[in-house]
Design a binder for this molecule. Structure first.
Ligand code: CAA
Length: 241
């Protein structure tokens, strides 16, 4: 609905940036969170007019403060898109604890932190739309990604559990599971590895951010109130789940 307040984590770049822009163009009041890249965030804010909010989604106290800042500026968050995510790929036998911990904090603990910060107000207002961005690699696993696959798989379980809790309170909680999408994250995969991955995608190409945006827009709409606890897979047929 026009005028609803939406918060998108990792919302200034890649898939998150595209989601922020689409929500903004549809009349939502959007807050785009970012973690580190000030330069890109400033450029994004200048180009789109979407206010940006810097906080570490993996830090519980920082998220509480960040959500308070968003609420003071735009109003209570009605739509939350948990999109922030990082990769620290490596096989388990070479993986440092930090690679594990950074990914779990940023990709999974962030969902708890953000949902915890907005859920009470959503319950009071009897309305909420939460979309968590999972991954095909959380559904199918991926060589070199025990950390990322565990975090994304966790998101899918988190989504189904919170969906049950939110159902009677007017809050829907769904996941979108992208496949390999043409963003900086995927461009960082070694070329030879990526070539092999693309060969295994039935539609024969990487996804584009717009492919993911469409399903998010559908799930956050007021009319999607009977869809909760579901996962929309958008992966070009790479994994049929
Ligand atoms: N299955 C089986 N074997 C594999 C394999 C696979 N998928 N990928 C690599 N191997 C094999 C290699 O063929 C190689 O075997 P040989 O030694 O016999 O030649 C062996 O494993 C070692 O491979 P590497 O040389 O690549 O090992 P490395 O330690 O240098 O790198 C890696 C390992 C970091 C995991 C690297 O392979 C890599 O970056 N892979 C990409 C992982 C990936 O897909 N990440 C997704 C990022 S995008 C994302 O996450 C977004 C999303 O949601 C989809």
């Amino acid at each position: 609905m026009v005028g609803r307040v939406a918060l998108v984590t990792g919302g200034t770049r890649g898939i998150g940036g595209a989601i922020s822009e689409a929500l903004h163009l549809s009349g939502y009041k959007v807050a785009a969170n970012f973690g580190g890249n000030e330069e890109k965030a400033k450029a994004f804010e200048g180009a789109t007019g979407i206010p940006t909010f810097k906080f570490d989604v993996g830090d519980f106290a920082a998220v509480q403060e960040g959500v308070t800042a968003v609420t003071e500026r735009l109003g209570p968050v009605e739509v939350l898109v948990n999109n922030a995510g990082i990769t620290r790929d490596g096989t388990l036998h070479k993986m440092a604890f930090e690679q594990w911990d950074d990914v779990i904090r940023t990709n999974l603990t962030s969902c708890f932190n953000l949902c915890r910060a907005v859920i009470e107000t959503m319950r009071e207002n009897h309305f909420g739309r939460i979309v968590n961005i999972g991954s095909v690699n959380g559904q199918a696993g991926q060589y070199g990604q025990v950390n990322y696959a565990a975090a994304k798989s966790g998101i899918h379980g988190f989504t189904k559990a919170l969906a049950q809790e939110g159902a009677r309170a007017g809050i829907t909680v769904n996941a979108v599971a992208p496949g390999y999408v043409n963003t900086e994250m995927v461009q960082a995969v070694p070329e030879k590895v990526l070539e092999k991955i693309i060969q295994r995608i039935p539609v024969g190409r990487l996804g584009e951010t717009r492919d993911i945006v469409r399903s998010v827009m559908f799930l956050v709409s007021d009319e999607a109130d009977f869809i909760t606890g579901s996962t929309v897979s958008v992966n070009g047929g790479q994994h049929m789940y």
